[in-house]
Design a protein around this ligand. Structure first.
Ligand code: NI
Length: 262
């Protein structure tokens, strides 16, 4: 992993107890984990819009590959690839804030105004929470309309998840075997739409843990909110023998719900 991913990882494991637990278990099995991709969430404004982050990714030598739209969740997304095939892909999604209520928009716009200041002073140095901690009452207003928005308001531009590449594991033949292993080790998986999202035919199978609840300091008290989760991906070759590197909209849609309260 390069320096940037190490920084993202060190930050991520503070919000994903499952990641550390699994790494310890895998180390005991002498399995080396390779990451398929990571995911970052953002709002469509201020200093952190997808357009701004795309420039940042390009400076880091990542090229935008393909865009997606999740109408029901008011999201668009794009994924990025580095020329070094060992560097994980980066999936960035962006909430379309104008589609929500006025009170929702005014809370987000306040965060985005703050983001301008932070980004101008420091550049977009992800992981970053480019605003002060919000009030829990505001968190609840966001959460009512979009759990994506309330998660982003608390966690900012940290990795929402890292993703274990099942293809790179030596002792597991497929994602089904690995999911059984996770369940035996008491990990709680996202069962929304079935444990496995996607299929061999779609060239990608994915599963994920459910985010654990974390205790966070809000500006008006201490409350429990969902943290980060861990994802697992098995990729398949197409008819030309090429490994599929894209994403599947309907699967990503269900993976987003891994930060719903358990
Ligand atoms: Ni993912």
């Amino acid at each position: 992993m390069n320096e940037w991913f190490e920084k993202l990882w060190d930050d991520y494991i503070t919000s994903c107890p499952d990641a550390m637990k699994l790494h310890d278990i895998m180390q005991n099995l002498n399995e080396n984990i390779v990451n398929d991709h990571i995911a970052i969430r953002t709002f469509n404004g201020g200093g952190i819009s997808l357009n701004k982050l795309r420039q940042y990714m390009q400076l880091k030598n990542f090229a935008p590959i393909e865009g997606y739209e999740f109408k029901e969740k008011n999201l668009i997304a794009e994924y990025y690839q580095h020329p070094d095939p060992n560097v994980p892909r980066v999936f960035i999604s962006e909430l379309q804030v104008q589609n929500f209520s006025n009170s929702f928009q005014s809370i987000v716009n306040d965060l985005l105004d703050q983001s301008l200041k932070y980004v101008n002073e420091l550049g977009i140095d992800i992981p970053l929470i480019p605003w002060k901690m919000i009030r829990y009452t505001d968190y609840q207003i966001l959460n009512k309309e979009s759990d994506y928005a309330s998660w982003l308001a608390v966690h900012g531009l940290k990795a929402n998840h890292f993703t274990v590449s099942i293809n790179h594991l030596n002792q597991f033949n497929n994602i089904e075997e690995f999911n059984d292993f996770l369940i035996e080790n008491n990990f709680v998986l996202n069962t929304n739409g079935g444990i496995i999202k996607g299929s061999r035919k779609k060239l990608l199978k994915q599963s994920s843990t459910m985010a654990h609840t974390l205790v966070k300091n809000f500006s008006d008290g201490i409350y429990s909110v969902p943290g980060c989760f861990y994802e697992f991906a098995e990729r398949f070759e197409d008819e030309n023998g090429e490994l599929f590197y894209g994403f599947i909209g309907s699967s990503a849609f269900k993976i987003f719900e891994s930060t719903n309260p358990v």
